[in-house]
Design a protein. Structure first.
Length: 106
């Protein structure tokens, strides 16, 4: 995995991920529970719908943490309109790890 050298400002994070969704420049990280944890991968939500959610998000909806498999990679977590979208960047692609509606809302 390749991580950016510096943290991107939130507006750039959401723009980059939204554009990648619309342009097809994304992929999905394999997970055993991919069908339930990644509704984009299963086709239950479309890439344009994900892009719309990302564009609606604000800095208050965004968290970052190290990826559990590679701490040098910044994992972005955006919670907006009841959806949780988790992704990271590798070169020119956005890699979605989760796109789902959590069973509960805090």
């Amino acid at each position: 995995m390749t991580a950016p050298l510096t943290a991107l400002p939130f507006k750039d994070v959401k723009r980059r991920a939204a554009l990648a969704s619309l342009d097809g420049q994304y992929c999905h990280e394999y997970r055993a529970d991919l069908d339930t944890s990644n509704k984009l991968a299963s086709g239950d939500i479309s890439a344009p719908q994900v892009a719309t959610l990302l564009r609606r998000s604000s800095p208050a909806d965004h968290l970052m943490r190290p990826h559990p498999a590679d701490s040098s990679v910044q994992l972005h977590l955006i919670s907006v309109d009841g959806w949780r979208i988790e992704f990271y960047f590798v070169d020119t692609e956005t890699v979605y790890t989760r796109v789902h509606k959590p069973a509960y809302h805090a």
